[in-house]
Design a binder for this molecule. Structure first.
Ligand SMILES: Cc1ncc(COP(=O)(O)O)c(C=O)c1O
Length: 388
């Protein structure tokens, strides 16, 4: 920890220093995050400050605040500030990032069957508008290491027909599976393909020196693992695409190159940008204890799997997924809602997703998570499924 890093010991082991409800066991940080009381107070103060004088806040001070936020966020994700801008979330980030792909009738875009649903929908929409072909690779969550070879084989097959692109997630949403994205990028670039990476779960969970995967365009949320107030995400685009990209949304600086053209995206909630430096400093200090969180995540998943007769999927970082036994119910939306309802009515917020014909429970561990939380999840879910 450097001298500037904030003291974060009080953020560990309970939700006392978090805005989260202490009466609830929060095991789904991965979907919407959760913020500390320090960040909540900072963002409320920032909003009050701008509300007190909007002309000062937006017209005179915004660009300086925005530049400082970009520098801090770029540092957290191992990117150059000159390639980075801020967007509200990964949904918007991917929408912009996908523009770097070669969208033409003779183009093939290779993606996986575990792409985040909004990104998959975006690919389908773009393919319909341009005539490009989408090639979906069927993945196996148990063997993520097979992906680079699968991508290479697909590109070798379709690359004769025209330009190619690849879209891949760094952590699969439903199963928390870390995909070998460095190797996918290397295989794709060796074949002349443009690569877009969805790193929604990366900022704050992956150390800055490991976050950059060399993609053509990349996005990642800060309101998940970096505990920013919703909504804040990084968008990083390699310099070779800046001229063609345009701005995040057409606005006052459209005639400038990326990313300067995106420093104004219309009037937005100033809070997340104004507290970005506080958020990043806090996230870096928490990351210094990443190994401890990973060990807790692993142990928690094993305890839950044992209690319910499930199987822990391969994982890394602060999330793990447990495949629930078939007896847990139908692997559909009704099935997942029934399990989540059984848990939240007993004070546990959890995330269950139908995936590859099974129900998967994704368990998040953050600084506030205690072994007690995992024991309670294991106990309650074990009894719930036992009674079913
Ligand atoms: C892999 C992945 N991509 C994109 C998103 C979308 O994030 P947001 O809702 O913040 O836009 C998520 C959210 O969980 C995700 O897991």
């Amino acid at each position: 920890m450097s001298e500037q890093d904030p003291e974060v010991g009080h953020l560990f082991g309970s939700t006392a220093a978090w805005a989260l409800d202490d009466d609830v066991v929060h095991t789904n940080h991965g979907s919407f995050g959760g913020i500390t009381t320090a960040t909540l107070e900072a963002v409320e103060a920032a909003r009050r400050d701008v509300a007190a004088n909007p002309m000062r806040g937006y017209d005179r001070e915004w660009f300086d605040h925005h530049a400082r936020a970009v520098a801090a966020v770029a540092g957290l994700v191992g990117a150059r500030p000159e390639d980075t801008t801020l967007v509200p979330n990964a949904t918007v980030g991917m929408d912009v990032a996908l523009r770097v792909l070669p969208w033409d009738p003779d183009t093939t875009i290779v993606c996986t069957d575990v792409a985040y649903p909004s990104v998959a929908a975006n690919l389908v929409r773009r393919a319909a508008a341009t005539g490009a072909t989408i090639e979906v690779l069927a993945t196996d969550p148990a063997i993520p290491e097979a992906l680079p070879t699968m991508v290479a084989a697909a590109l070798d097959r379709v690359g004769q027909d025209g330009p190619t692109g690849v879209v891949v997630d760094q952590f699969v949403s439903a199963t928390a599976t870390p995909l070998p994205v460095h190797d996918v990028v290397a295989a794709a670039h060796a074949r002349g393909a443009v690569v877009v990476v969805d790193g929604a779960h990366v900022p704050g969970q992956v150390a800055p020196d490991r976050a950059d995967v060399g993609a053509d365009a990349w996005t990642g949320n800060l309101h998940k693992w970096a505990c920013a107030p919703p909504a804040l995400a990084a968008l990083v685009v390699a310099e070779r695409h800046h001229d063609r990209l345009g701005s995040v949304v057409s606005s006052w600086f459209d005639d400038e190159p990326f990313p300067g053209n995106s420093r104004w995206q219309g009037t937005v909630d100033p809070g997340p940008v104004l507290v970005a430096e506080q958020v990043v400093a806090q996230a870096v200090a928490i990351l210094a204890r990443a190994d401890e969180l990973e060990a807790r995540a692993r142990a928690g998943a094993e305890a839950v799997a044992e209690a319910v007769g499930g199987e822990v999927l391969p994982g890394a970082g602060w999330m793990r997924a447990v495949v629930l036994p078939d007896s847990a119910g139908p692997a559909d939306d009704a099935g997942r809602r029934a399990i989540e309802r059984g848990l939240w009515t007993r004070g546990i917020e959890a995330k269950v997703t139908p995936d590859h014909g099974r129900l998967v429970l994704r368990i998040s561990t953050h600084a506030y998570t205690s072994d007690r939380d995992h024991d309670r999840l294991a106990d309650v879910l074990g009894r719930q499924l036992g009674d079913a």
